[in-house]
Design a protein around this ligand. Structure first.
Ligand SMILES: Cc1cc2nc3c(=O)[nH]c(=O)nc-3n(C[C@H](O)[C@H](O)[C@H](O)COP(=O)(O)OP(=O)(O)OC[C@H]3O[C@@H](n4cnc5c(N)ncnc54)[C@H](O)[C@@H]3O)c2cc1C
Length: 485
């Protein structure tokens, strides 16, 4: 292993950087530039010392997508200014590290919103763009890349390119996993909304057929939809689920009242986040203990949730979109607790045309596991032409899996079967949630990766930009590792 350059310049220092789920631990040299000039300096230093560089947003992807063990992380969190907001043109230009919540805070009271937001309010714009994430409106508004009007990209030679939707780099940089350069800023298109509030209806579905039937209806009438699926239900109840369908709703308020409500909502979310973190830290060990008995515990929980939802069925509930979209990620225990020390998340898509067969097959594969997923969430999507894009005209299932020690190998086998089942159907695995894919299935799932590699060979011939995920799936070679201090 080559030693780290000694002495280190003041703009980098060693840090322990775990994955979000917590089962991957890395140590990296971290730089936190504030300007494009400082990014250029970090880039030049990495090149001079033969180190690879991984751009990083808020580090809210679940696996190793924003990790670069024993190499350099360029964290854009301090590049977080809103550069321009054009209400008329419905566009906002922000620096790479701007968090999504800060965009909502700026535009919602003006009757505008940002589509394709993931349920993690602290995701950065560049992270959301580079992972081409999706929201509960994915079948309507597509992925995050569909909201991007243009972006600035600093490539390995230090040059800054202005990339609009017609630029040859666009389909590579969106969903490009940080492998082509550093996104410095982006201009995003905004959607008009009647108010910052949504109205949600709960719709239980008895089985796969009812789930797909109700989802098809909801896709016509709602703006957001998500279904919680009981993976334990079998036979005639296979696919038993609860759909939450929401739509923007009119609430009569002046702009000042809207602004005050949004500010108070954001403050509540902050409190909620702190409280949620403290609560989960305190009760995490209890949850881990309950997950040792996950089969009886989850059967009971799922039964209770479905029964409660049936009682609430058809009722309508109005709340701020920010509350609706983001509060659940603090209420529900975080993935590192749900998945435990050996677990992981997996999100797979499958085409609409064979959705019923795919759902049945995927749920039955899950049921063959000694540890079926703790949570299973279904969303609807639309096709996306970016080279590395997870979305397609169909549905996705997101699983959180918590294998016990003795079930690790068997649980992995089951996940490999899930991946194989979606690959056969032309589906995908969401890389922002992945930590299990190996090169062969990755190549099958993402045949357009060759286009990304060809562009990378042109823009980054020395392989400056790399991530642990890219190495794992064979997009980058393993580096000569650098000794940590
Ligand atoms: C509670 C929770 C809920 C979530 N919900 C969803 C969801 O609904 N839908 C969904 O799709 N995802 C979801 N995610 C995943 C998460 O939103 C995405 O992984 C998102 O990309 C994270 O943004 P980030 O800023 O943390 O990016 P990071 O994790 O820091 O980085 C993601 C990728 O972007 C690259 N990157 C970051 N910044 C730059 C830059 N400046 N230039 C070039 N490349 C860059 C990184 O190298 C990496 O490859 C959720 C995560 C959590 C924790």
């Amino acid at each position: 292993m080559p030693p780290a350059p000694d002495p280190l310049p003041s703009f980098v220092h060693w840090e322990d950087v775990p994955s979000l789920v917590g089962s991957i631990r890395t140590r990296s040299l971290v730089a936190r530039p504030k300007t494009a000039g400082e990014c250029r300096e970090v880039r030049a230093w990495c090149r001079e010392h033969g180190l690879t560089l991984c751009p990083r947003g808020s580090g809210r992807s679940y696996g190793d997508m924003a990790l670069n063990d024993r190499q350099v992380l360029l964290d854009v969190g301090r590049m977080n200014r809103i550069l321009a907001f054009d209400e008329e043109a419905r566009e906002i230009r922000v620096e790479a590290g701007t968090r999504l919540i800060d965009i909502f805070a700026r535009v919602h009271h003006k009757g505008l919103t940002l589509g394709a937001s993931p349920t993690e309010s602290h995701s950065s714009v560049s992270g959301a763009l580079s992972a081409n994430v999706n929201g509960k409106d994915a079948w309507r508004l597509g992925s995050f890349g569909d909201q991007v009007v243009r972006l600035s990209l600093m490539t390995a030679d230090g040059e800054v390119h202005e990339v609009d939707r017609s630029h040859e780099f666009f389909d590579g940089v969106v969903g490009g996993l940080g492998l082509l350069g550093i996104v410095l800023d982006a201009t995003l298109r905004l959607e008009p909304i009647p108010s910052p509030y949504v109205e949600t209806t709960v719709l239980p579905a008895r089985n796969v057929d009812e789930l797909l039937e109700k989802m098809a209806e909801v896709e016509q009438t709602s703006d957001f939809a998500v279904a919680w699926v009981n993976v334990y239900a079998r036979g005639a109840k296979l696919g038993r689920s609860v759909i939450h369908a929401s739509r923007w709703t009119e609430v009569k308020q002046t702009e000042e009242e809207r602004k005050a409500a949004i500010d108070a909502g954001i403050e509540r979310l902050d409190k909620h986040r702190r409280f949620g973190l403290a609560l989960h830290a305190a009760f995490g060990p209890l949850l881990s203990l309950m997950l040792q008995f996950q089969r009886p515990f989850l059967r009971f929980f799922n039964w209770l949730y479905y029964t409660k939802s049936r009682m609430a069925a058809g009722g309508k509930h109005v709340e701020l979109f920010l509350q609706y979209s983001f509060a659940a990620s603090f209420t529900v225990p975080p993935a590192y607790l749900v998945c435990g020390p050996r677990g992981y998340t997996v999100q797979v898509t499958f085409p609409r045309a064979s959705a019923r067969e795919a759902l049945v097959e995927l749920l039955e594969i899950c049921q063959s596991s000694p540890c079926p997923p703790v949570t299973t969430i279904l969303r609807a999507h639309r096709a996306d032409d970016r080279w590395i894009s997870f979305s397609e005209d169909g549905y996705s299932l997101n699983f959180e899996i918590h294998p016990k020690k003795r079930h690790v190998a068997k649980s992995r086998e089951v996940v490999d079967r899930l991946v194989d089942a979606v690959a056969r159907r032309g589906g995908k695995v969401h890389l922002a949630k992945d930590q299990v894919l190996t090169p062969e299935p990755f190549r099958r799932l993402y045949p357009k990766h060759a286009q990304l590699l060809a562009l990378k060979a042109r823009l980054d011939p020395d392989g400056l930009f790399a991530t642990d995920l890219a190495r794992r799936v064979g997009l980058c070679p393993a580096p000569g590792r650098t000794e940590g201090s």
